[in-house]
Design a protein around this ligand. Structure first.
Ligand SMILES: [Zn+2]
Length: 59
């Protein structure tokens, strides 16, 4: 499950697993929760998640 986070809702700094960088407070991004592992929430840059999807699905 992927949930967009609006800039105003981003109040903390998060680590992005896609680029090992940080998502700064106030930056819009995505929260990704695996259906099977609801505890494994991850915050991603939009661009990083997009690239990850392409990687997973090949090409
Ligand atoms: Zn990133």
């Amino acid at each position: 499950m992927v949930t967009p986070v609006q800039p105003y809702a981003a109040r903390k700094r998060y680590a992005c697993p896609g680029c090992n960088g940080f998502i700064e407070p106030g930056e819009g991004h995505l929260v990704v929760v695996p259906d099977d592992y609801p505890d494994l929430r991850r915050h991603w840059h939009r661009a990083c998640w997009f690239l990850e999807q392409r990687r997973r699905h090949g090409r």
